[in-house]
Design a protein around this ligand. Structure first.
Ligand code: PDD
Length: 288
């Protein structure tokens, strides 16, 4: 059994209990983060804690901990769980909900204490650096039907869950989303990049997508490596005609996609720019 963190205490995951009146349970009223760690070293920790602070302040919840305190919880979860997993690839989930009120009433209550939860789970090993050993992903394509505040990493994930499920039902790994103008926003749990003529493009940040920490690290890493990268909107037609398509997330790092909606991308195999990109990402990720 893994060890979890709940409201200041570490305990076996099965013993971590919260009230059904918790607003995270009733309303999805909370913020979460997933931080990847490899042999105890987190990737993007500063960015994850900063984004959690932004999300909490956007929904008027006081951040219960400083970044240093979050770091201590992360390190403790990693060390308490390290013997449980067969690898050092451990994801740490953090979750702060508004807490449990005595009644169900939509407006933010006063005087409730946020519920703070953390647990550890095994994530995939770091991406290999050559395309022969990497796993290519297939994705579905759907119109983005989520809310207008996708920049907030909210625990209200039903929209994302339904988009992801559409991909799962189609037998693919993810679902890439486009807005009502036909422009790509992100995927149900990842950011999206495309490559055309050696130029790497990812949608710019606004309310339609999450400011992914992996996305930010990747952009800096690619620039450091001299790759041509820009933030700009592109359409689903651009995506389908791209030379390469990639997804980024804390658990996938930079993952190549070779099929979108049943259509082969480029030559239908992982492309040469991905190899340069993943090497650049690995060279920089622990410095971010
Ligand atoms: N998903 N977009 C969405 C909608 C996401 O849920 C995620 C992360 C990302 C990538 O963000 P980051 O690089 O910071 O992980 C983009 C996490 C991993 C999840 O929900 O499990």
């Amino acid at each position: 059994m893994t060890i979890a963190f709940l409201n200041g205490e570490f305990m076996p995951l099965a013993e971590a209990k919260i009230s059904p009146m918790d607003r995270g349970f009733l309303f999805g009223d909370g913020i979460y983060e997933v931080v990847p760690t490899y042999d105890g070293a987190p990737v993007g920790f500063k960015g994850h804690t900063a984004r959690m602070s932004d999300g909490l302040s956007a929904i008027n919840i006081d951040n219960p901990y400083t970044p240093e305190q979050w770091r201590e919880i992360l390190d403790t979860l990693v060390s308490k769980n390290s013997t449980h997993f067969s690898t050092g690839n451990i994801g740490i989930y953090f979750h702060v909900s508004r807490g449990a009120d005595v009644k169900r009433y939509h407006a933010y209550p006063t005087g409730v204490t946020p519920t703070v939860f953390g647990f550890a789970f095994e994530i995939a090993p770091p991406q290999p650096t050559n395309k022969q050993s990497a796993k290519a992903l297939k994705v579905a394509l759907e119109e983005d039907k989520r809310w207008q505040r996708c920049h907030i990493k909210s625990t209200s994930l039903l929209g994302n869950v339904m988009h992801f499920q559409a991909g799962a039902d189609a037998g693919v790994n993810e679902t890439i989303l486009f807005n009502s103008e036909g422009m790509i926003t992100e995927a149900s749990a990842c950011n999206v990049f495309m490559v055309k003529d050696n130029v790497i493009t990812t949608p710019p940040l606004n309310h339609q997508l999450l400011p992914g920490i992996t996305r930010a690290i990747a952009i800096t890493a690619f620039k450091n490596a001299g790759l041509d990268v820009k933030e700009d909107w592109f359409s689903k037609e651009d995506l389908l005609n791209a030379d390469e398509v990639w997804l980024t997330s804390s658990s996938k790092e930079v993952a190549a996609v070779t099929e979108v909606n049943g259509k082969q991308i480029g030559e239908g195999i992982i492309g040469p720019v991905w190899e340069k990109a993943i090497r650049a990402y690995h060279a920089y990720k622990f410095d971010a």
